[in-house]
Design a protein around this ligand. Sequence first.
Ligand SMILES: [Zn+2]
Length: 392
Amino acid sequence: LLAWLLLVAGGLATAPVDAANDITGLRTSAENGRSRLVFDVDGPVSHQVFSLDDPERLVIDIKEVALKADLPSALPRSNLIKRVRSAPRNGNDLRVVLDLERDARAKSFVLRPEADYGHRLVVDVVKRGAAGAAPEGVNDEQPAEQAPAEPQDRVIAIDAGHGGRDPGASAHGTREKDIVLSVARRLNTLLEQTPGLRPVMTRNSDIYLPLRERIRRARKAKADLFVSIHADAFRDPDAEGSSVYALSTDGASSEAARRLAQRENSSDRVGGVSLQDKDEMVASVLLDLSQDATIEFSLKAGEYVLDELGEVNNLHKHSVQQAGFVVLKSPDIPSLLVETAFISNPQEARKLRSANHQYRLAKALRDGIRQYFENRAPRGSRSYAQNETASE
Ligand SMILES: [Zn+2]
């Protein structure tokens, strides 16, 4: 302990012998009582974050990584973080210590390369007392070595849209609420047969569920992914194809997406639930700092699902669309809304009624979901487990 303190105090930065990856930079931002630190890394890393008090500190231990960046100079102007220090430990590991101005908690997650960005480790520091769960801190300089988490089944909440007094879209003798329940049940069966994945259904009968209740059921099941299944309708009977939606917090990706979200959100109006108070609840939930990362994961999951749907059906849109769907507003569960096809299109309505096509749609959803979990990080890897812990 003393040796380590001395190392930190001395600011020694002895180059680790054979670290697997380099931290190449630190980007930071501070806003609304939150400071975000984004470590750029040239490969996947595993990490652990814990807090210490008296004085308040957050400790970020990163496995097998060498520091090739000047951390102190990247520190944001923040009323939360006083100072950043770092030192190698255990040979190849790095310990980063954030000295805090006040009691704060951290939420961390890793992001895989995307667009212009490489591997990233993101640490959000937020004043304690703000909404959301935080990893429990330990009151000890040397936290008990945590056993690597057992890979656990990923839980997928399958949400059959509408139900009960809310039939959803209907045309050509086909009701959305029936079709989507049927597809949801097939997806449930397929996921039950898929190792490593465990499905739960928000409804498995013809009942009405408010949108918020769907989210609540997914949270109760500790879902890692939420998939709401729908079938679209449009006045133009030629409109066709599948689409996949993720949440947007700042406007819809198109006018059509906005209208669709309004239509799907009106489910609560049918059920006699006032959207007004719901929106207030949603607004506060949206302040949660994890929402941005959740949307990023949702978009990723959506791409895999869209690719697979494209194998069994025409696509209405070739990229994941975004709009303000209430049912997708879990701050910490990546969530998708899938419009399987257009019930208003006679050919697609016929296909939607066929058991074979329902099975193919369900299988496409299952395959996309499986790929998302397989590619997010290798199963059973440390970073995977860390990642999951961070998002709870
Ligand atoms: Zn719908």
